[in-house]
Design a protein around this ligand. Structure first.
Ligand SMILES: Cc1cc2nc3c(=O)[nH]c(=O)nc-3n(C[C@H](O)[C@H](O)[C@H](O)COP(=O)(O)OP(=O)(O)OC[C@H]3O[C@@H](n4cnc5c(N)ncnc54)[C@H](O)[C@@H]3O)c2cc1C
Length: 399
């Protein structure tokens, strides 16, 4: 089988890339290890994805946004940062941007579903995408002429370019001999949906507490009963996270109330709880011979700055632009110059925030007396520095 592009992984990034490249005279094959049912109807995975204004626009252009029912899209108007048990808050108001809100929140499984449906539509309209499910990529190699991808059923696909979109621990990237810089934070992030008594006013919280980091992502009211509803994120050492997931819903709700020291009033768990080990990954190369990475395979962010999928979409846009320019100029779409230009651009856009996120998490998880003073001082200085807060607002809006 010969195609122009093989995309490994039908997660949101792989599907968005296929959608963006469709209709341009290129043949694209997506390989996904999950079943067709698994990707056409993805299960709730607890993640509420904070999207920048830039990503919202990209999702509209790719036909994803319109497929998500309006009540499932929540406004992230402002954001606030808290430290320890202090009542002091650093507020990032939307007025520091040119938008009426800093960004938006949508559940990850709904983004995945919308991306899948958008690809299905592209298949119907252009017939240039082939989706192969229930197959793992088990071997990849490339030479000057072509790349060769072997599936678990023994089929070999020859392509001019292979793109890995197969998560931060990308086996395809490893098969291409690309090493990565990984950092294990030794903590897990628990995510779930909860209703609560007190309003959130569509303000997202990032609370660097002692012994835990809490986040609150404001969602539209619970459609069942109109109660205030949020995605609650609790980051704790892995062992503690395991214990928390064992609690029954009532005990978990009480525990969450205690962690938020009653600031949200009575809280109630209304979803399953999902636990994610925190490991950030930055590969040493984003490209290889006839090979590129996108999505988490290119940049595996710590979720605290909410940029994983936002960077995924940026990578999709940058790579698409390069591939289509080469295709229109009748050049080789797997050529080294194109791939290196993509790598350079995507690194410039992602690397500073990747390492800044690492630094923030390192500072705000230290708890020695001098570290506590530093944490508090930085937050107080930050609150007074409007240009600094404006740069956070710019990062959250994606401008
Ligand atoms: C708790 C949490 C909160 C987050 N919050 C935010 C946020 O607020 N904002 C934001 O922008 N991002 C956020 N993210 C990040 C975001 O969820 C990810 O960036 C995004 O889901 C990655 O999509 P992807 O398509 O690159 O990878 P994935 O979603 O991991 O998809 C990879 C696909 O590849 C398939 N696959 C893997 N290996 C193979 C193989 N060998 N052969 C075939 N198929 C394969 C998998 O089955 C999967 O379908 C968060 C992440 C977490 C964990």
């Amino acid at each position: 089988m010969n195609v122009d592009i093989v995309i490994v992984g039908a997660g949101p990034s792989g599907l968005c890339l296929a959608r963006a490249l469709s209709g341009q005279g290129l043949t694209i094959t997506i390989i996904e290890q999950q079943s067709f049912e698994g990707i056409s109807n993805p299960a709730f995975d607890g993640r509420e994805i904070a999207l920048t204004q830039h990503s919202a626009k990209a999702m509209q252009e790719l036909g994803l946004w319109q497929r998500i029912e309006p009540h499932a899209i929540s406004q992230l108007r402002d954001a606030k940062i808290l430290d320890g048990q202090s009542q002091f808050e650093m507020l990032i108001p939307h007025q520091l941007s040119k938008f009426r809100e800093l960004g938006w929140l949508i559940s990850n499984h709904l983004i995945r579903k919308a991306a899948f449906e958008s690809v299905q539509q592209a298949i119907e309209q252009s017939g240039d995408i082939t989706l192969i499910t229930d197959q793992k990529v088990v071997k990849v190699k490339a030479d000057e002429i072509s790349a060769h991808v072997v599936l678990s059923n023994g089929t070999t696909i020859h392509a001019r370019l292979v793109v890995a979109a197969d998560n931060r621990f990308s086996t395809t990237r490893r098969m291409m001999g690309i090493s990565a810089n990984m950092h294990d934070f030794g903590r897990n992030m628990l995510v779930c949906c909860m209703t609560h008594e007190n309003p959130h006013d569509h303000i997202a919280w990032e609370w660097f507490d002692y012994g835990q980091t809490l986040a609150l992502l404001p969602m539209n009211p619970d459609p069942l009963n109109g109660k205030y509803r949020s995605s609650v994120v609790i980051t704790v050492p892995s062992e503690e996270a395991d214990e928390l997931t064992q609690l029954n819903p009532e005990a978990f709700s009480k525990d969450a109330e205690r962690r938020f020291v009653g600031r949200l009033g009575k809280m109630e768990l209304i979803s399953t709880i999902h636990s994610y080990p925190l490991v950030s990954v930055y590969p040493n190369r984003l490209v290889g011979k006839r090979f590129a990475t996108v999505g988490d395979a290119a940049v595996g962010m710590h979720p605290v700055t909410a940029h994983g999928f936002n960077f995924g979409l940026l990578g999709v846009q940058t790579l698409t632009k390069e591939i289509l320019a080469a295709h229109q100029a009748r050049q080789d779409i797997g050529n080294k110059t194109l791939l290196e230009r993509y790598e350079r651009t995507h690194r410039i856009k992602t690397r500073p925030l990747f390492f800044l996120t690492r630094l923030i998490t390192e500072i705000y998880t230290k708890e020695s007396p001098p570290a506590k003073i530093l944490r508090k001082t930085l937050l107080h200085i930050g609150e007074r520095l409007t240009p600094f807060k404006r740069s956070i607002a710019a990062s959250l809006t994606g401008r």
